[in-house]
Design a protein around this ligand. Sequence first.
Ligand code: GUN
Ligand code: ZN
Length: 423
Amino acid sequence: MTLYRGTFVDCPDDPFAGGTLRTLDGALLVTDGAIAARGTFADLAAAHPDDAVVDLRGGLVIPGMVDTHVHYPQVRVIGALGLPLLDWLDQRALPEEGRLAEAAYARVIAREFLGSLVRAGTTSALVFGAHFAPAMDEFFGEAATTGLRIAAGLVVSDRLLPEPLLTTPDRAVAESVQLAQRWHGVGRLRYAVTPRFSFSCSDSLLAACAEARAQVPGALFTSHVNENDAEIARVLADFGTHYVGSYDRHGLLDHLSVLAHNVHPRDDELALLAVRGTTIAHCPCSNSALGSGLFPLRRHLDAGVRVSLGSDVGGGVSFSLLREGLQAAFVQHLQGAAGVRMGAAHLLWLVTTAGARALGLDAVGHFGVGMQFDAAWLNPEPDATLDIALRHAADDADAVAKAFALGDVGDVRGVWAGGDRVR
Ligand code: GUN
Ligand code: ZN
């Protein structure tokens, strides 16, 4: 058993429905990776005098963050600014994704990607994979060594992309199921069936995705939806249904499905997403970088659609979910009366418990008794602006807001997943 001592801040209940921040200036007792008790340090230390103490005083300890949309092959293309989605894919993302045909290159990228993820304080992620099965074996092999909670899968497409990235429905099923048999349920890994987007998929390929998923109990489903006007127009023309419907008609949407973006939804699509329990991964930095639009959070909340956050690296510009939270708040504020005013509790909720729920990780997201000890210790350099700001915070909510405003990956001093130190 281990006692972790520090200032722990979390948000266990949905602040869009009245939940608030919770702070414990004290200690957590962790047994076999799970939180067994919370209390003052004096009480817990007296009750457990022989247990090791890990001193995390200084800064804040927040739950390990959950990135619900991030692309493994795109770590090196971050920062291509000023291009809309389809041009960015053609000119920047897809040429790089083609290089992952070579397994040795994919292994290097997997290491760079996973290292970046954990440095940012992310302990769980739904990762958009590569188009090549050997590249996914490399990825899962590396991910298994990290201790992170990773769901990922082979990305499949059979039209409108460069030829080397394309597959067929039969091959998509065979390769996806083989990968899932090797990696789904190994340690903290799970499989996610992953058509790139309906734009690059035939209806037969989406049917094949449903066939693959039916063979992997507990597999997640992920893709993109309603991100960009040009992309949406093509999907509507080709599928004769709305964008959400292109997935839903194959039974691909449920509570273990996560669709990225949804910047331009119709009301009937929102109603359907709510009924299915599907989560939208909102990626505000990517939406800004690719000029995709302003996310209509109010309409999602009013319709009862679940929302989490994603970095969408490399359309997004960093692995920091603190930065995503800040940008999400800005994007809402800029919409005036149509936006949702968000404070510290909303942002912390979105990057922790909301994300964990989206991925079906019931024992992850906050520091309640019985939960896994997944944590990120934010402890800036002495006299860094964040350090000054935290020392002068008016209250806990102000401290967390300052962490979102000023925090970055360099402020993440330590990271734990299931009680294991992963950084
Ligand atoms: N839609 C299809 N592929 C992608 C991608 O790689 N990034 C983003 N942002 N949207 C996509
Ligand atoms: Zn994406």
